[in-house]
Design a protein around this ligand. Structure first.
Ligand code: MG
Length: 126
């Protein structure tokens, strides 16, 4: 069974790019364009891992992560913070929100599938 990945990003280009890359590498991919959609999709599809953009309209990635990690049904889904706004102190915020890893944009598209495999194995990066 392929691993299921949910990509939550409000940027169409990012969503399409990462979806294409991950499908090529054999993952089963779903997409969401904001935090509310990400939470709804996560509950329905129970992905193995979520690539969660931080800056999204409506509900941001940190709030969506807190909701999912705070609910027993979804707390074990691995969630990776995905942001271009990495600043000092962000790492602490991501850990506090319960993220399992951290990825800054722009993403190295060759590394992405390898990183995802590491995260799925439980190699935590934050
Ligand atoms: Mg965004």
């Amino acid at each position: 069974m392929p691993h299921k990945i949910l990509i939550a990003d409000d940027n169409d280009k990012n969503r399409t790019l990462f979806q294409d890359i991950l499908i090529i590498h054999g993952f089963e991919v779903s997409v969401a364009s904001d935090g509310h959609e990400a939470v709804a999709q996560a509950r329905e599809l129970m992905p193995d891992l979520i690539l969660m953009d931080i800056q999204m309209p409506g509900m941001d990635g940190t709030a969506a992560c807190c909701l999912l990690k705070g609910a027993p049904e979804t707390s074990r889904i691995k969630i990776i913070a995905f942001t271009s706004f990495a600043m000092q102190g962000d790492e602490e915020k991501f850990i506090a929100a319960g993220f399992d890893g951290y990825l800054s944009k722009p993403v190295n598209t060759r590394e992405l599938p390898l990183l995802i495999k590491q995260w799925l194995k439980g190699e935590v990066t934050v």
